[in-house]
Design a protein around this ligand. Structure first.
Ligand SMILES: NC(=O)c1ccc[n+]([C@@H]2O[C@H](COP(=O)([O-])OP(=O)(O)OC[C@H]3O[C@@H](n4cnc5c(N)ncnc54)[C@H](OP(=O)(O)O)[C@@H]3O)[C@@H](O)[C@H]2O)c1
Length: 388
């Protein structure tokens, strides 16, 4: 029985993880759950999965959750500990009884709890790509020092990880990340300015949280994944390519020095890569439909258009510049996507805010954690000023 702490349990990855726990009760048990502010969803999960500890980042929401737990007899008997704030998330992430931590908070808020889990020597199933984007060298060095495995949950990185099984890392020539292209792939540049969030949130192949879905529409998600892959697989960014693959069947590929390319395929369902990370190296018998290539018929691959999708280029630029630049890119993106979802800026302004924030940043080389957090704060503040 593997005891799991699930950070970001009320989100899309959280829901998929809990579905796997429910489907495999003899394999997984939940000992800790965390969320941002959604106490109602969290309490439903607490009732169903009965963890020993839970935390909400938002203090007021945590107070509401404590009151809810006190007022209901079935939860009173559970004697669950409710924590709050970043300290609370960190304490849950480092829970002594956890065998693995699923890192599925969205955005920069995932960094501190993920690092805390690594320092507590918990293997990580990593969905929170932003922690590697902001602080890849710090997170990876800490994992190396603690002897902790970081197992990718992102479908592309899981595909690369699977395509490298049994191969020598030194034989890898390049990584090829596939991108569905998101919901706006065929929309001409001239029509992008007026795109409303409801339209940008209609992803053609994946059901995900709002932030990552907008990141898919700008292709920033792929840019963040390039940076994630750079650290996860310790490979130079100019050996990571991106191709548009509309069908989301080939999840990514690895090319070896003899020209051979190994790809991992499957229907687009996050339970596949999640289950692989949770139960690695053994595969679980998932009740997912088989991939029927005769129905898919055609697998297409196209080069991404960096004029239409400048954010992908900005991410390459940030990772090549290095130091604190990726943290600034990430902070500006988070601020801009939030402003777009709240109707405060237009779709094309997302890229403009990121570009101008990066232009104003003087990157610091080889940053420590405090420098990364300061760059994150600076980038967010600078982007917000521009948005206002
Ligand atoms: N969804 C996917 O299929 C997918 C695929 C690959 C990678 N990922 C990555 O996985 C991560 C999660 O994505 P998602 O789509 O599951 O996001 P999501 O649906 O938006 O869920 C985000 C989770 O993070 C929590 N959260 C938000 N702000 C927080 C804060 N300040 N402090 C603590 N917790 C906070 C949310 O709690 P509340 O509900 O209370 O706000 C929720 O539990 C992202 O890094 C994403 O890039 C997702």
């Amino acid at each position: 029985m593997k005891k799991l702490v699930l950070l970001g349990s009320t989100g899309s990855i959280g829901a998929n993880t809990l579905q796997l726990v429910a489907d495999f009760p003899d394999r997984f048990q939940v000992v800790g759950l965390t969320a941002g502010s959604n106490n109602d969803k969290l309490i439903a999960q607490i009732r169903r999965f009965r963890p020993r500890v839970a935390a909400l980042a938002d203090e007021a929401a945590a107070d509401r959750l404590r009151r809810q737990c006190r007022s209901r007899r079935d939860l009173r008997d559970l004697k669950i500990e409710i924590l709050s704030g970043t300290d609370g998330l960190i304490r849950v992430a480092a829970s002594a009884e956890a065998d693995m931590v699923v890192s599925a908070i969205v955005g920069s808020a995932g960094l501190a709890p993920t690092l805390a889990a690594i320092r507590a020597r918990k293997p990580i199933a990593l969905a929170n790509k932003e922690s590697l984007v902001m602080a890849g060298p710090i997170v990876c060095e800490e994992a190396r020092r603690q002897g902790v495995a970081i197992l990718p949950v992102d479908s592309e990185h899981s595909a690369i990880f699977q395509s490298m099984a049994g191969q020598r890392r030194t034989d890898v020539r390049r990584l090829i990340l596939t991108a569905s292209g998101g919901p706006l792939l065929d929309l001409p540049l001239s029509k992008r300015r007026t795109i409303k969030p409801a339209q940008a949130l209609k992803h053609p192949t994946w059901r995900m949280g709002n932030k990552i879905t907008i990141d898919s529409a700008t292709l920033m998600n792929k840019g963040l994944e390039v940076i994630e892959a750079r650290w996860l697989f310790d490979i130079a960014p100019d050996r990571i390519d991106v191709v548009i693959h509309r069908q989301s069947i080939v999840h990514s590929m690895v090319e070896y020095r003899d020209g051979s390319v190994i790809a991992q395929m499957g229907i687009p369902d996050m339970r596949g890569p999640l289950a692989y990370a949770l139960n690695y190296p053994e595969r679980l018998p998932l009740a997912l439909p088989s991939l029927d290539l005769t129905k898919v018929k055609m697998l297409t691959f196209e080069a991404p258009d960096l004029k239409k999708f400048p954010c992908l280029g900005y991410a390459y630029e940030a990772v090549k510049t290095g130091g604190t630049m990726p943290a600034v890119l990430n902070a500006a993106n988070e601020a801009a996507v939030r402003a777009y979802l709240e109707g405060r800026i237009g779709f094309l302004a997302i890229a403009r805010v990121i570009r101008e924030t990066m232009d104003g940043h003087i990157p610091q080389a080889a940053p420590g954690l405090d420098d990364v957090l300061e760059a994150d704060r600076w980038g967010r503040e600078r982007a917000l000023k521009m948005i206002q």
